[in-house]
Design a protein around this ligand. Structure first.
Ligand SMILES: *Cc1c(COP(=O)(O)O)cnc(C)c1O
Length: 959
């Protein structure tokens, strides 16, 4: 009844499912779901819209067919997206390697040292290249990084008399568009104009400059920065990461913030994403820095160890006071970019940049010799060519297109050509022939006849030439051979626990199988090689794929429209809330500025509401975890006429199908508000209930949870926003949007956000079909309940719904463990048993939230349960005094091999109880061979925050 693929995607066999059902006292999965789901949760009627399931081979064949409809031309469009060569050793061993792509965000640093090191390399690379002190470990894209810089500047310099953010007119157009979306709800007065040192900067709290400009023009920013500083404004510079190898870095020009994309460091264009953006700041602004920051601390033996620093900035803790709503970032792509820098090193990167620069100079000089003018005196990689008029410009684009090139029409008869790492001299000849042929000055110039000018020196003005060294840390010179890089990648990934090693039972994160057949097509050149602003005709395959996926997601959620643009759940939340805000305003209902959020909500919810210009009012939850209806009524009455929306998660983050969801929705609707259902928990609903029928008006989904896009160690993601028809006109960038139709502003740099990873979710749905999706949800719920039932005697289950059942995850209590043992101790002890800890202390402090997903086999689930039960036995040994309260395997966890073998064993328990607890450390039939050894002991978080090191420490630190 389910497809052959579904049978492989779903971990427990039919027989195992029956055994698990028996444990719970149900006969069938349908019985279980009927008992767990409230009567109001009706299945979506429209699942018939889903395809009948394909086998892996069929799905891949269809993807080949779709991909073949794309045309991969030579893109010289530029504008923040560039051709690049992903070194094959990095493509295969990072981008296509489950050890990297199936890892989770490194919240458990002891099992994440590999990716933390790679991210620290990324930060060091960015900090060196930008000339600023502290860089974060990636943001979603360049435009949203610019928006983060804007809000950061306001936190630093914004005052009542300073409400203007001034963006230079030569910023990337997509950046300006996203700034418009983001500025308005925050009451920021965004002005776009050519910014010069003569500006008075009246009322300006922040300035954004592009370096080089979107037009390719390169100018000395120092006078502008000085003038802006003199007027008290913060200056952010969006800089081309490759250009910075030749150009004076923003930090040395006095900029406070630098940002940009690292795409051209080996990450394919992917029709817009995913790519890692960077953000770097002066040291004194580091506590204002949004996003994740990797730092160096020490472990229990005093050895240096990496971990995420300044966690207090995270939205989970700060909620509506968070610096940003960003959660999922772009870790996998940041790793690729950092490894590209390691592989090429400072000299290799400079050589690439110089070649790109000289190609651009060759192009400019050759065009000049043929009578064409270029628009700027100084440039790095982009040449603006002035043709007699728009007609000639169009003719030039057409000629270039016929020869297989895509150039950018900058308006006013200017055609822009951008060179990149993949540019070859034949390309230059073809482009010159097209441009000259289309102009009035010459006609019929054949590419073969083009005599290219000879360029033998750079043409960067002395004042802008880079003189400082960068990437001097040995990491950037140690891995230039392929053997060296291969082993470095292997060594780092071996330090980590990812899904290719064991179950990762992180509640709310849905760490399920990322099937190889789903992943396989992502790096095909027909998907990976497309520029996001390529003509629509080039993207026919993408258009079909996106259309399918939008339709299918509408079918699954019951909504009418869907936008795939948001590149993370947080971005989807923002887009959905902005749609609600625009909807109210379109009806003249301008006074609605409150967003009600239950106290159990995910931290991104409140932070997103603030970014959407909404004030947050918290609604209490009852002892059962459900929204307290009395408090909701009271809040609705107190804020009558002002409630824009309620933002609820379903099933709630307490892991329960709340009975009251439809009542909540009705009450809010009666009060004139809209209902935002956070759909990140769709793994409990897909195929069994519809968000729309539960009363939602709009939701975001996380394709990197429910729909199998791997977490990548903390990104990429896709957070589509889906809505009922009345909100549809306010969603960003709907496909097939007619001219003149109202539309929400964009929230991402590219029209379809992280388009390049959409084939993963497409393949998942295509191979599962409606029945497969439904079965996956049922088994996810079965496994969560099985765990809850078996663990309950040892760790009380905090919340349960109908019939004592949970949804797709369960929260178990560790608050009252005897012997002074904490939730942290148990989390770290699980590492000794070979498991990744569940989500800790969210949404309830001192608890574990466990989500097995449908993909884990009964054997793996049982092994995990057995480990937790064994640990509970260990807790009793501490409580009874058999083990010392301070020196026991729980407090000392995790145990490294070094600790166990080094010198005298002085602890009050046996070595094997430390490293091979109860035989469980030796997972698998081959005895101890499957044992995971953490590379460091427990890491001291507080020490790291007090002694913040956010760039690679000198090698001597590791001696
Ligand atoms: C994961 C999650 C989010 C945030 O998604 P990101 O992609 O990390 O931004 C929001 N809400 C809930 C309930 C989640 O579990």
């Amino acid at each position: 009844m389910t497809s052959p693929f579904a049978a492989r995607h779903i971990g427990p066999s039919e027989e195992d499912q029956r055994a698990m059902l028996a444990t719970l006292g149900y006969h069938t999965l349908d019985d279980l779901l009927a008992a767990a789901l409230p009567a109001s949760a009706r299945p979506p009627g429209s699942l018939a819209g889903l395809p009948s399931p394909l086998t892996e081979q069929e799905a891949l064949a269809e993807l080949r067919d779709l991909a073949a409809r794309n045309t991969v031309a030579v893109s010289m469009i530029g504008l923040g997206y560039h051709g690049t060569v992903t070194p094959a050793v990095i493509r295969r061993n990072v981008l296509e390697n489950p050890a990297w792509y199936t890892a989770y965000t490194p919240y458990q640093p002891e099992i994440s040292q590999g990716r933390l090191e790679a991210l620290l390399n990324f930060q060091t690379m960015v900090s060196d290249l930008t000339g600023l002190d502290v860089a974060n470990a990636s943001l979603l894209d360049e435009a949203s990084a610019a928006a983060e810089a804007m809000t950061m500047a306001r936190r630093v310099a914004g005052k009542a008399n300073r409400t203007v953010f001034l963006a230079d007119a030569d910023c990337l157009p997509q950046t300006l568009d996203v700034l418009r979306t983001r500025a308005e709800p925050l009451g920021i007065d965004l002005r776009v104009a050519p910014v010069t040192a003569d500006d008075t900067f009246d009322g300006v709290f922040g300035v954004l400059l592009q370096y080089p400009g979107a037009s390719g023009a390169l100018r000395d920013l120092m006078p502008v920065i000085e003038a802006a500083h003199a007027a008290g404004a913060v200056v952010a510079v969006a800089a081309d990461i490759l250009g910075l190898t030749l150009l004076k870095p923003p930090g040395e020009m006095g900029a406070d913030i630098a940002l940009g994309s690292t795409q051209r460091f080996g990450v394919p264009m992917f029709y817009g994403g995913p790519h890692a953006a960077y953000l770097a700041v002066r040291a004194d602004l580091r506590r204002q820095l949004p996003g994740r920051l990797v730092g160096v601390s020490v472990d229990a033996d005093g050895n240096p160890a990496f971990r995420l620093a300044l966690q207090a900035r995270e939205q989970h803790i700060r909620r509506e006071k968070a610096t940003s709503n960003i959660c999922t970032a772009q870790v996998l792509l940041a790793v690729v970019a950092s490894m590209y820098a390691c592989y090429h090193g400072p000299d290799g990167l400079t050589a690439i940049a110089r070649r790109v620069h000289r190609h651009a100079l060759t192009l400019a000089a050759t065009l000049k010799e043929n009578g064409l003018l270029t628009t700027a005196d100084a440039a790095f990689d982009t040449i603006g060519v002035q043709l007699p008029g728009p007609t000639e410009a169009r003719a030039a684009l057409l000629r270039a297109a016929e020869a297989g090139y895509r150039l950018h029409d900058a308006g006013g008869g200017v055609v822009q050509v951008t060179c990149d790492e993949t540019t070859r001299v034949e390309h230059l000849r073809d482009v010159v022939a097209a441009l000259v042929g289309a102009s009035m000055v010459g006609s019929g110039l054949d590419a073969a006849d083009v005599r290219l000018s000879v360029i033998d020196s750079d043409a960067i003005p002395a004042s802008l030439a880079r003189t400082s060294k960068f990437l001097t840390h040995p990491t950037f010179s140690a891995y230039h051979s392929e053997t060296g890089m291969l082993r470095y990648l292997r060594r780092l990934s071996d330090l980590d626990v990812a899904l290719d090693r064991s179950m990762i039972p992180l509640g709310s994160c849905t760490m399920k199988l990322n099937a190889t057949a789903e992943m396989e097509s992502v790096t095909w050149p027909e998907w990976a090689g497309l520029h996001p602003f390529a003509p629509a005709a080039d993207a026919a395959g993408y258009t079909r794929l996106i259309g399918d996926l939008e339709r299918w997601l509408c079918a699954v959620t019951g909504y009418d429209a869907c936008s795939l643009q948001p590149n993370a759940g947080s971005a989807g939340e923002l887009a959905g809330l902005l749609a609600i805000r625009s909807y109210h305003r379109s009806r003249g209902d301008d006074g609605r500025d409150m967003c009600l959020i239950p106290e159990s909500a995910h931290g991104t919810n409140a932070a997103s509401a603030v970014l959407a210009g909404l004030r947050v009012a918290v609604v209490r939850c009852g002892p059962d975890g459900a929204v307290d209806l009395d408090d909701l009524r009271a809040k609705l009455a107190a804020h009558e006429g002002r409630v824009a929306a309620i933002m609820v998660t379903y099933p709630s983050t307490t892991g329960v199908y709340e009975e009251t969801i439809t009542t909540v929705a009705d009450l809010v609707h009666e009060a004139g508000g809209q209902v935002y259902i956070d759909g990140a928990n769709l793994n409990a609903l897909a195929g069994v209930a519809s968000l729309a029928l539960l009363g939602g008006d709009v939701s975001h989904l996380n394709l990197h949870k429910t729909f199998c896009i791997p977490h990548g160690g903390g990104g990429p993601g896709v957070g589509p926003v889906a809505a009922k028809s009345h909100l549809a006109p306010f969603l960003p960038a709907r496909i097939g949007q007619g001219a003149g139709e109202p539309a929400g502003g964009p929230v991402a740099s590219a029209p379809y956000g992280s388009a390049g990873i959409l084939p993963i979710s497409w393949a998942y749905i295509a191979m599962m079909g409606a029945a497969g999706l439904r079965r996956a949800t049922q088994v996810a719920v079965l496994s969560a309940n099985y765990i809850a039932r078996r663990l309950a005697p040892f760790y009380p289950v905090v919340y349960a719904g109908r019939d004592g059942l949970v949804a797709h995850e369960c929260i178990v209590d560790l608050r009252r463990l005897p012997g002074g043992v904490t939730v942290d101790d148990v989390a770290k002890r699980l590492i000794d048993y070979g498991f990744h800890a569940p989500t800790m202390s969210f949404p309830v402090a001192g608890t574990f939230m466990i989500e097995p997903t449908e993909s884990e086999s009964l054997a793996e689930i049982d092994a995990f349960i057995d480990a937790l039960i064994a640990i509970r036995g260990e807790v009793d040994k501490v409580a009874s005094g058999e083990w010392d309260a301070a020196d026991n395997p729980l407090k000392n966890a995790p145990h490294t091999a070094e600790m166990l073998i080094a010198g005298e064993w002085s602890h009050g328990y046996r070595r094997e109880d430390g490293g091979y607890p109860g035989g469980h450390g030796a997972r698998g039939p081959a005895g101890g061979r499957g044992k995971y050894w953490p590379p460091v002991r427990r890491i001291d978080q507080a020490y790291g925050d007090r002694n913040l090191v956010c760039a690679c420490p000198p090698p001597a630190a590791f001696e």
